[in-house]
Design a protein around this ligand. Structure first.
Ligand SMILES: Nc1ncnc2c1ncn2[C@@H]1O[C@H](COP(=O)(O)OP(=O)(O)OP(=O)(O)O)[C@@H](O)[C@H]1O
Length: 297
């Protein structure tokens, strides 16, 4: 599978420019789309799932044009939107049966077996007769992914899937997606949670204010931040100064001040040592350098 995004822009009727000239190629496996609130992630997702047309540019999926071949593309798609909701009266398996019907599965027998298989896969079989809106937050998310997967889609798009989940459910959810991504499928995971991407995605893109700030592997992004993360032992007054000058990633009180992590090219005037960067450091470094470029303009 291959998605090619070429010169893609989205300008809303009120003039908001959500995406600006985005170029991106996405191939099999798990792909992370990272960016702060308002970066344009949901706009890109909505275009990819054919719910919205781009203002400019083109997207193709295995050669099919996203706008001209909407029907063909929709057959390949599974989507878990950010604000996924279900009809309150349905039980878990009734809801999934309804989703299967919407996905075009006509035979009742085929649907029943697909629904049971999917409930097993996402660990909801025991809750099959429970009313869907009485499930826990994590279970609802799993039901959400189950409805997205019911017709064995080739492209799975999940928008902010782990928001609000506890750590255990978050890991479970990520592992579920990783298992699926071993097949010939593309999974696009949109998030502002860095940890979701570092532990699962081989490739990623960073969106900021509608612009593509980075595309490549998380490891390469981290590599670009080597020598830019500092561990500083600071007094109380130094800490206040540093906090105003540099992005502080973490702060731990010590017996005589603070141990802080800072992301910056240089930390003139303070004694600190470089430490190994991680994706969170790299993300902050990239965002800060873009912010500085803008304010310099
Ligand atoms: N229907 C709309 N009409 C006008 N502007 C919109 C609309 N939807 C989004 N926007 C604007 O487009 C920009 C990108 O929004 P988008 O929702 O795509 O970002 P996001 O990265 O998904 O952020 P979030 O995580 O907050 O949903 C923002 O400035 C937003 O205000």
């Amino acid at each position: 599978m291959k998605i090619t995004i070429d010169q893609l822009s989205k300008i809303y009727p009120n003039g908001n420019r959500a995406l600006n000239d985005v170029h991106l190629e996405i191939e099999n496996g798990m792909f992370g789309l990272l960016g702060p609130n308002g970066a344009g992630k949901s706009s890109l997702m909505r275009i990819l799932v054919t719910l919205m047309k781009p203002s400019h540019g083109k997207v193709t999926v295995n050669g099919y044009d996203l706008v001209k071949n909407r029907k063909e593309i929709r057959k390949m798609l599974g989507y878990l939107p950010q604000d996924f909701r279900f009809f309150s009266q349905l039980t878990t398996h009734e809801f999934l049966d309804y989703a299967a019907r919407l996905a075009g599965m006509k035979s009742g027998r085929e649907r029943a077996s697909a629904v049971d298989k999917m409930l097993e896969e996402v660990g909801l079989f025991e809750a099959r007769d429970r009313q869907a809106n009485r499930l826990s937050g994590g279970m609802k998310r799993r039901l959400g992914i189950a409805q997205a997967l019911i017709n064995s889609p080739k492209i799975i798009i999940v928008d902010e899937p782990t928001t609000g989940l506890d750590p255990e459910e978050r890991i479970r959810f990520r592992n579920l997606l990783s298992t699926i991504s071993t097949n010939d499928v593309i999974i696009i995971l949109s998030t502002h949670i860095v940890g979701d991407i570092s532990s699962t995605c081989k490739n990623m893109a960073l969106l900021n204010r509608g612009e593509l700030a980075y595309s490549g592997s998380p490891d390469d992004l981290v590599e670009q931040c080597v020598g830019k993360v500092w561990l500083i032992h600071a007094t109380e007054s130094e800490y206040q100064e540093i906090n105003e000058k540099y992005p502080v990633i973490s702060n731990v009180p010590t017996s005589d001040g603070w141990e802080i992590q800072v992301v910056a090219d240089e930390i003139n005037g303070y004694s600190g040592q470089n430490i190994d960067p991680n994706l969170e450091h790299a993300y902050v470094y990239f965002m800060e350098s873009q912010l500085n470029q803008w304010t310099a303009i």
